[in-house]
Design a protein around this ligand. Structure first.
Ligand code: ZN
Length: 350
């Protein structure tokens, strides 16, 4: 039986991402996310050249606005809020982000891992309820995965640096009992942090881990209650994008008809749902699965992309064998760490 490897993982991420890029720019159905890149980043111009070469039409990736202006991501069905609406809010959040990040940056994570807190904000009252810091949980390998890829050593070291950062945030947020300048930590978050306790220092042998980003916790735990409310994510850490969601978060947000304000093509390593999420959340999960499948087909039909990917025999043997497994294989593919820009370049140029 063919097992998932880096090449298959990158190819699957490529098909889904290109489908998402195309879908986002076809002008249908209301609000969309905005794909952005960091000003001057060569990998994004390479990506645009590659899409042209593969005759993928109608995608748009634009330079990002200043991180200082708006250091957070939001998702809501109204299609976002204007800068004016979020202006006062942004300055309050800037202070909070600065303070939390100071703590986070004391931990050396090799620059690869960040911490992601979700929340729900009320634009009218400028109140923010932070829900819970980015959580990690241990999971086992599915049968279509081998015990060698990704290697135990890679997974362990990645977990340990992610854990160190998340633990700092958990400790820091334990102190946020009361309102601080409009920032409130919900009591159920405190309960959850307590229940979660300290993150285990090491994974058991052969285990993988899941990283639950704040936007997902917020959207599943505290969806908007009126037209003034919006889910937010604060992405903390030296190399986090801050103003844009990762591809997996953004795919999820779009599947719930609440597109992320912006999307970057960097990392979404080990992205996953909260533990035991499927229970009681069938509708949400089914919409997400449908979106992943739709984007896959769209990407495979884009220009010459499908031809290139279908020429990988092990890809056909694993991914096309049982298409209902594509959403799960996509989650497993995210345990092979790397930027989406690199996944796409390696797949199309490989
Ligand atoms: Zn994310």
């Amino acid at each position: 039986m063919v097992k998932l490897n880096r090449r298959i993982a990158d190819a699957l991420c490529t098909a889904i991402t290109i489908g998402f890029l195309m879908d986002n720019n076809d002008g249908k159905s209301g609000s969309k996310t905005k794909f952005i890149y960091e000003d001057g980043a060569r990998e994004h111009t390479n990506l645009l050249d590659l899409l042209k070469e593969y005759r993928v039409e109608g995608t748009s990736i634009t330079p990002q606005t200043s991180k200082a202006e708006q250091p957070f991501i939001w998702a809501n069905s109204r299609g976002g809020f204007s800068k004016i609406e979020t202006g006062g809010f942004a300055s309050e959040l800037k202070t909070l982000v600065g303070r939390l990040e100071e703590e986070i940056n004391k931990v050396d994570s090799g620059g690869l891992h960040g911490a992601y807190i979700g929340g729900i904000a009320d634009i009218a009252t400028k109140k923010l309820n932070l829900l819970v810091p980015s959580l990690l949980w241990q999971r086992s390998r599915n049968t279509h995965m081998s015990n060698d890829e990704p290697s135990n050593a890679t997974v362990s070291s990645s977990y340990e640096s992610s854990r160190a950062i998340s633990q700092v945030l958990i400790d820091e947020l334990k102190g946020y009992r009361a309102a601080k300048g409009g920032i409130i930590l919900e009591s159920r978050s405190i309960d959850r942090i307590r229940a979660f306790g300290d993150l285990p220092k090491k994974l058991t042998s052969n285990a993988l881990f899941a990283s639950v980003h704040g936007l997902i916790t917020a959207m599943t735990d505290a969806p908007p209650i009126n037209s003034n409310s919006v889910n937010v994510e604060l992405a903390l850490g030296k190399d986090t994008c801050k103003i844009a969601a990762c591809i997996p978060c953004s795919l999820f947000a779009s599947s719930q008809n609440a597109p992320a304000s912006a999307t970057h093509l960097g990392r979404g390593d080990n992205w996953n749902f909260p533990e035991n999420f499927g229970i009681g959340s069938r509708g949400i999960y089914a919409s997400w699965e449908k979106t992943i499948g739709d984007m896959y087909y769209k990407g495979m039909g884009a220009g010459l992309v499908g031809d290139k990917i279908r020429a990988i025999p092990e890809f056909i043997a694993l991914v096309e064998k049982d298409k209902s497994m594509i959403p799960q294989i996509f989650l497993d593919s995210l345990t092979f760490e790397g930027k989406f820009t690199k996944r796409i370049a390696d797949t199309l140029q490989g």
